[in-house]
Design a protein around this ligand. Structure first.
Ligand SMILES: Cc1ncc(COP(=O)(O)O)c(C=O)c1O
Length: 330
């Protein structure tokens, strides 16, 4: 693997100097200021805490060399955050521009002296009126950062994970807005993930109302069929993943044919390879779905090639994709 063990301490979530996500050294960007984690604590009547109307992002930065990091596709993530806030109707009270929020992400990493991290910006309705129709509560923006290893485990990245088709569906277009990362919408994903884990799987795959494969609880899904890369189309109720777009482009640049079309679980069971993509999960092979072995039951060759190219890209070793990186020093 091209990435280093320090960057992927298998699923660990730590903050500098503390061994946890909280502690005296942790710094948080809150409404334009760097504050301590204590100062960033939520008032108990924060509207978003009660009802879930908030927009969030998940972004990663990677160490390029000691003391120097680069954030991967920062502008695309912040653009999606603003779009999510717009869809959620909480953008009017948002006092920061795309450029300001991009700078705020860099500031947060520097304040925590993190040259490799996971960044979590959240735009949320604050305290004030408690009715669900409250319109005048302040809109807050918080950005946290912490070290986060391989989301589905280092072993998962190398050997592949077990997935389960969930009893929970990806809700339809008339129910939720799947192009937005709206916090409350993740309840369904969490139920699916918990169900999968309770059944001995690592991740849940959700189908849509017609039974077509949509995506995993926090990742987009790809399969390899007759050497072609196949993934559900954006017209379906899936998130327009930034890693999904990255992998489609990288695959096309490698001369791999890509197809965006709908397919159901039977085709997935017989795929040559299956993998998941996401900022947190990066490119994670799937070796088993519903107890059925996928391909040889290990990371497939195209998955490995795309995964390697992905890590080379985020680590700044692919000059042609350098424009996707926002470098900074701590
Ligand atoms: C439901 C869902 N699908 C897919 C993804 C992957 O998106 P990205 O590659 O932009 O992180 C995520 C993570 O943000 C997600 O929450």
């Amino acid at each position: 693997m091209a990435h280093t063990a320090e960057q992927h301490q298998s699923g660990t979530e730590t903050a500098p100097g503390t061994g946890s996500l909280q502690g005296p050294d942790v710094r948080v960007w809150l409404n334009g200021r760097i504050v301590t984690a204590d100062e960033a604590r939520l008032p108990h009547l924060t509207h978003a805490f009660h009802y879930g109307l908030a927009a969030f992002e998940g972004i990663r930065s990677y160490q390029q060399r000691p003391g120097q990091g680069a954030i991967f596709r920062l502008r695309e993530h912040i653009k999606r955050l603003l779009d999510s806030a717009h869809i959620a109707t909480i953008d009017a009270g948002l006092r920061f521009t795309l450029d300001e929020l991009c700078s705020a992400c860099v500031e947060t990493l520097k304040a925590n002296r993190l040259d490799a991290a996971y960044l979590r910006p959240v735009v949320y309705i604050g305290e004030g009126a408690m009715g669900i129709g409250a319109r005048d509560n302040p809109i807050h923006v918080m950005i946290a950062a912490w070290k986060w290893g391989a989301y589905l485990g280092e072993e998962g990245l190398q050997r592949g994970i077990k997935a389960k088709i969930s009893a929970f569906q990806r809700p339809g277009h008339a129910t939720v807005m799947s192009k937005a990362k709206i916090n409350g919408q993740y309840v369904n994903s969490i139920m699916a993930k918990r169900e999968a884990m309770a059944c001995g799987a690592d991740e849940a795959i959700l189908v849509n109302e017609q039974g077509y494969i949509a995506e995993a609880s926090g990742e987009n899904l790809f399969m390899v069929q007759q050497g072609r890369l196949v993934t559900p189309p954006l017209g379906m109720n899936i998130l327009a993943g930034i890693t999904r777009a990255t992998i489609l482009q990288v695959a096309r640049d490698l001369g791999v044919e890509t197809v965006e079309r709908m397919f159901a679980r039977d085709e997935l069971y017989c795929a040559e390879e299956v993998f998941l993509t996401g900022t947190a999960a990066e490119v994670t092979p799937v070796r088993e779905v519903d107890g059925r072995r996928i391909g040889a039951g290990s990371r497939g060759p195209l998955t490995e090639q795309l995964q390697r190219r992905y890590f080379e890209t985020v680590l700044g070793r692919e000059a042609r994709y350098a424009s996707w990186l926002t470098p900074y020093s701590i």
